[in-house]
Design a protein around this ligand. Sequence first.
Ligand SMILES: Nc1nc2c(ncn2[C@@H]2O[C@H](COP(=O)(O)OP(=O)(O)OP(=O)(O)O)[C@@H](O)[C@H]2O)c(=O)[nH]1
Ligand SMILES: [Mg+2]
Length: 179
Amino acid sequence: MGLLFTRLMAVFGDREHKVIIVGLDNAGKTTILYQFLTKEAVHTTPTIGSNVEEINVKKTRFLVWDIGGQETLRASWSTYYCNTEIVILVVDSTDRERLTLTKEELHRMLAHEDLQNASVLVLANKQDMKDSMTAAEISRSLTLSSLTARSWHIQACCALTGEGLPASLDWMHSRVLAN
Ligand SMILES: Nc1nc2c(ncn2[C@@H]2O[C@H](COP(=O)(O)OP(=O)(O)OP(=O)(O)O)[C@@H](O)[C@H]2O)c(=O)[nH]1
Ligand SMILES: [Mg+2]
């Protein structure tokens, strides 16, 4: 009965599900947050601290925190981890030079005890740029297949047009229904 009740609550959207958006500076996190919310590309400036918005997907409410990715701000990412159900890692698919750094940040983050039950959605952003890496290349470089103990997914997208983002929201929705 308890489990059934929890699932019904998830379906009918009585509970907010916490999501954090992380990634290096300039990856496109804030652009994605507002594309989720308004279905438009907004002008952004580098985030100092965080932005938070409620996003509704098929009656499921997500409380989505977009956290600044500059080097000096990354040490404070862990203050956002508590009760996080989904981690969205945004990657600038043209930024080959910093993909190793992204990999290190991802695996350091996932070792944190507060994220042991979190699902991971990697967004391979900026697919409109002609020299962008594919989602498969990024998946290999980040060694996502090593994440055997948790649910993860990678999605190619473009935050300027919104391409790939509805599919991302569908995946997030399916994750909370499955939990
Ligand atoms: N071409 C292209 N540019 C994008 C895309 N997404 C974001 N940008 C641009 O990338 C720049 C950085 O975007 P932001 O959303 O501010 O990046 P951020 O990850 O929030 O950066 P921080 O707040 O500093 O961590 C902006 O000029 C965006 O317009 C995309 O899909 N394609
Ligand atoms: Mg930002």
